[in-house]
Design a protein around this ligand. Structure first.
Ligand SMILES: [Zn+2]
Length: 51
């Protein structure tokens, strides 16, 4: 049997658009909590690890 699905897909985070952070209006930046600063969209399948 062959597995044809891609396990490590690197999509840009839809919230920060792949930047990994948000630009604040007052200045500076804040790390995107959705991708934890990676800028990549994470699979929600294995999000059970965090307690
Ligand atoms: Zn993000």
């Amino acid at each position: 049997m062959k597995h044809s699905y891609i396990t490590e897909e690197s999509e840009s985070c839809p919230y920060c658009e792949g930047a990994g952070y948000f630009q604040l209006l007052l200045g500076g930046s804040e790390t995107c909590i959705h991708c934890e600063g990676n800028g990549e969209q994470r699979s929600t399948k294995e999000s059970v690890l965090s307690s």
